[in-house]
Design a protein around this ligand. Structure first.
Ligand code: GLU
Length: 294
């Protein structure tokens, strides 16, 4: 029998709040219930916004909550070589292309089209899809612009990637999406358009790093917030393209604030550290997120 392997993967760009506590406690208790392993991964590819100071706070909060994880912790910023290798596979397969358009150029292109009465397609988070301009450039132009040192990001050619991967992408979901999707979920990565796979300055993006790491760490069950349900389609696509194993997924409900909005790292009052300083005990946190013993 294979031992379940679960992980909690916070970004070290802000203090943990009640939403993280819920995700971490749920992961930990699911791992324990299945006699599985529990790993912690620090998602710090955004080196400008992440810090060791915030990372130390994550360890402090999780220990205080009674969560135990295996050492060493995987810190993404120490594994850029792994992401660069995966990126190179996608470059060699001609599934990604360099995109040069600036945000301003993208905005102008889209408003031009909309001014002509063409409604611009949007992704599941309501952001406009990336225009086809960079995808259509010639190899010679791409080479020239790259050689001249123009900044660019690697984007997936979604149509090419989908035809490469085949149409039958799905994942096994034991939680649910916001419309109650559960069981075998059909992945529709095309809804996201040509997403960024690696940034200008780094050989990684969240999407690339998360699938590479889940595979390298042998994760069998990905337990995370429902806000990442839709984008799992992109992760399934990358797993297929890179020949990576497919974990099961469990997307859980989000902890909302009094006005029904998702908690954010800028709302200091729900941070675990602030609640602890105000006298809360770990069992109070568990109760507040609905995981306490009644
Ligand atoms: N690092 C992501 C976050 O903090 C979570 C990624 C994941 O669990 O796949 O929202």
């Amino acid at each position: 029998m294979t031992v379940p392997v679960l992980r909690f993967a916070p970004s070290s760009n802000g203090p943990l709040h009640l939403g993280h506590a819920y995700s971490a406690l749920l992961n930990f208790s699911m791992a324990q219930a299945e006699e599985g392993r529990f790993l912690l991964r620090i998602e710090d590819i955004d080196i400008a916004r992440c810090s060791r100071y915030l990372e130390e706070g994550i360890y402090r909060d999780l220990s205080w909550l009674g969560i135990e994880w295996e050492e060493p912790v995987r810190r993404q910023s120490e594994h850029f070589d792994d992401y660069a290798e995966a990126l190179q596979n996608l470059i060699d397969a001609e599934i990604v292309y360099p995109s040069f358009m600036t945000r301003g150029e993208v905005r102008a292109y889209i408003s031009d089209c909309e001014a002509k009465g063409v409604p611009w397609p949007r992704d599941p988070e309501d952001a406009p899809l990336f225009p086809p301009v960079d995808r259509q450039r010639s190899t010679a132009e791409r080479r020239r612009r790259m050689a001249e040192g123009e900044p660019f990001a690697w984007r997936i050619d979604m149509a090419a990637a989908c035809s490469h991967a085949g149409r039958n992408l799905a994942w096994e979901e034991s939680g649910s999406g916001s419309k109650g999707e559960t069981g075998l979920v059909i992945a529709q990565p095309e809804l996201w358009g040509d997403v960024v796979i690696a940034r200008r300055d780094l050989p990684a993006s969240y999407h690339l790093a998360v699938v590479v790491d889940d595979a390298l760490q042998g994760i069998t069950h990905v337990v995370r917030g429902r806000d990442l349900f839709q984008v799992t389609a992109v992760h399934r696509l990358l797993q297929e393209l890179l020949g990576l194993p497919v974990p099961r997924y469990h997307h859980h409900a989000l902890i909302l604030d009094a006005s029904g909005r998702k908690l954010s790292k800028s709302q200091g009052d729900t941070s675990i550290a602030a609640l602890r300083a105000a006298g809360a005990e770990p069992r109070d946190i568990a109760r507040m997120v609905g995981l306490g013993i009644p």
